[in-house]
Design a protein around this ligand. Structure first.
Ligand SMILES: Nc1ncnc2c1ncn2[C@@H]1O[C@H](COP(=O)(O)OP(=O)(O)OP(=O)(O)O)[C@@H](O)[C@H]1O
Ligand SMILES: [Mg+2]
Length: 423
């Protein structure tokens, strides 16, 4: 062992590895952090100057209005860029995006738990930027339920109302009503430690809804639950939202939650809004490659390709004729990324194959995941990895060559330079 360590090969390799992973030294890091802080300060003062000139008007008929909201943290980090959305009453809005994209920061700015660096926030027609969190008439549910362990379920829910100095009768009526909606009446005398995760989650929701707030904010409220309970709570929360006639803003990094719960989804990346739209609209018409890859499970397949006169030629040489209704009036560059969802890849001898006989190709199965009613078929198409979704009755085995039909009508084309979707 000791000899091996002295091996010259080791000694030579080590510094190379370090160089690769630790690009900046302590001094360089401090210098970069200082520069970022200074840049942040500059941006902040510019944004505030612009803010001072902008009139503070909430559009009519809009319940929650976020207008060019920015967040620049004290260390200069610009976490949220020009976030704008007008939300109507009773909408269920979901902010979704990968970790660190600015979802919680935005939600916390709406709640008043984080300062708004620049931009305007209105709730129910009122300018909210400088209003204290307790006066915003907002209820928030956090990822960690943070129930008081020494209090019963009843007292946990009654606590925020006691702070509001409501009468005993009013408190009792609100708590009992919430308990009924959430079906936790039999649990009111228990302490949180004697509850399951889902029950605790419901108490946390109860504590939020008793306040009869105008806006319900939820930050990843289901991430601590197991998969089955998550699915159940998902529909319960939507149900609750409908029963309460609430306006809800819900944060998650789970695209399935976003798709199933939202009336409108806001997709974020690196602090920038990528797209706002209904689940169905975003799924069918993603504006760029990031959104296309983020929404939908398994993710959309992307293939490097070239385009000419209605024909997509993949780098493996196969040609796919794109229906003219998709390409009409579009300017399509020569080099493209061609995208196709796993569910738009069909069996090579079925209905779609008869419609598009030119789009039948052979793939080699590398992994077949059976999910009960369907297969996720991981395969190689030439050298390219891809995934298709097949009904479970089509038995497939690893290593098998399978004929598939790429549905050309469901094609997506992206500009590889910008990632922008052409369609
Ligand atoms: N107090 C802070 N100071 C500086 N940067 C911060 C601070 N809080 C958050 N950030 C940074 O701001 C960015 C957005 O953070 P945020 O918590 O909003 O992300 P998120 O989308 O909620 O992510 P997650 O899904 O992991 O919860 C991250 O890069 C984070 O590191
Ligand atoms: Mg977060």
């Amino acid at each position: 062992m000791a000899d091996e360590k002295k091996d010259t090969k080791e000694v030579v390799e080590k510094p190379v590895k370090e160089k690769k992973f630790h690009k900046e030294n302590f001094f360089q890091r401090k210098q970069r952090e200082h520069q970022e802080k200074e840049l942040g300060k500059k941006r902040l003062s510019e944004a505030k100057a612009l803010d001072a000139k902008t009139p503070k008007i909430c559009p009519p008929g809009i319940y929650v209005s976020l207008q060019n909201i920015n967040k620049i943290y004290d260390n200069g980090f610009h976490a949220v860029h020009d976030f704008s959305i007008d939300i109507k009453q009773h909408e269920f809005i979901v902010f979704v995006g990968p970790s660190g994209c600015g979802k919680s920061t935005t939600l916390r700015m709406i709640a008043g738990l984080e300062d708004i660096s620049s931009g305007n926030l209105f709730i129910d027609g009122e300018y909210m930027n400088d209003v204290a969190p307790k006066d915003r008439n907002i209820a928030m549910v956090f990822q960690s339920y943070a129930l008081y362990p020494h209090m019963t379920v009843y007292d946990n829910m009654a606590f925020p109302l006691k702070i509001m100095h409501l009468t005993k009768e009013e408190i009792n009526s609100r708590v009992m009503n919430a308990a009924k909606i959430l079906q936790i009446e039999p649990l009111l005398d228990r302490k949180p430690k004697a509850l399951s995760g889902g029950q605790r989650q419901r108490v946390a929701l109860g504590r939020a809804i008793v306040r009869h707030a105008k806006v319900l904010l939820m930050d990843e409220p289901l991430s601590n639950l197991d998969a089955k309970l998550r699915v159940q709570m998902r529909s319960e929360i939507v149900d609750l939202h409908n029963k309460l006639n609430a306006t809800t803003i819900y944060v998650t990094h789970d695209q399935t939650e976003a798709m199933t719960m939202a009336t409108r989804i806001v997709i974020l990346k690196d602090g920038y809004i990528q797209q706002i739209g209904s689940p169905i609209d975003i799924f069918a018409h993603p504006v760029n490659q990031f959104v296309a890859g983020f929404i939908g499970s398994p993710a959309m397949n992307f293939f490097e390709a070239t385009y000419k006169d209605g024909i997509v030629t993949l780098i493996t040489g196969e040609k796919i004729k794109i229906p003219s209704e998709l390409t009409a009036g579009k300017t399509i560059p020569e080099n493209i990324i061609w995208g196709l969802r796993p569910e738009d890849i069909h069996e090579g001898d079925g209905y779609h194959a008869s419609l598009y006989p030119d789009a039948i190709f052979e793939i080699t199965v590398t992994l077949a995941e059976l999910l009960g009613n369907e297969y996720y078929i991981h395969a190689k198409f030439g050298d390219i990895g891809m995934i298709a979704k097949f009904p479970a009755e089509n038995k497939v085995t690893v290593g098998e060559k399978v004929k598939v039909c790429f549905n050309p009508k469901k094609s997506h084309i992206f500009d590889p330079k910008t990632g922008v979707a052409i369609f």
